[in-house]
Design a binder for this molecule. Sequence first.
Ligand code: BTN
Length: 244
Amino acid sequence: STNIRAKLEAEQGAKSGLLVVSDMQSAGRGRRGRSWESPAGTNIYYTLMLKPDFSSDCAPMLTLVMALAVAKGIRQTLRRDSAEAAAKVGIKWPNDIVVDGKKVCGILTEMSAQMDYVNHIVIGIGINVHNESFPEEIAPVATSLYMETGEHFNRAALIEEVWEQFEHYYAIFMETEDLSGLVKEYDAHLVNRNQIVKVLDPKEPFEGKAMGITPRGELIVDTWESRRLVSAGEVSVRGVYGYV
Ligand code: BTN
């Protein structure tokens, strides 16, 4: 797992900005303790490690900054072959990248922090590039860039494209240490926007219309009786008819 490797390097003194890239992972990890299939020669698996000088409550917002960078990077890359596929790239809040409603990328952010100090943050990115199919259980919700376009992609070039986008968005994020400068662009990519979503809050699930995000990265959901702000990490959000 490039996340595990990045954390080890961070603990051993690596500088902020380290990028760990691998052709395959034998212990690829997804969110909520799931595993992440990581065959060789096929996809993109990498982790960015940062040792930022901000408080730990900024960390979840960084995941949204990265989601925006990946969505934009994929969009720019697809635009060269298929403007039609590029237009279908979006973000499912908070940080899944989708093409035509199916997941093409997942992001796993992990942090080591003390009460008032962030030791390091690792942001792990898995992009499905050349998969030709998926196992039955995830086939309805998963796709790859190849499946969407019929094209092959240079994986290093795509990593570089996302990296450049991240540098740009990260600089904007750091000006205010929140997403105020990015809300508009994030919302423009948000596939849940103006859709009815189910908020899977274990205490009290509810439905409402997703309106966009706040400068802190919460999803704004209007129910029939009130406006609610949903924090990433606490709950997951689904479309009423499926994944998006
Ligand atoms: C998700 O469940 O959606 C998040 C998947 C994150 C996968 C990437 S692949 C590179 C990095 N290393 C890991 O072990 N996981 C992340």
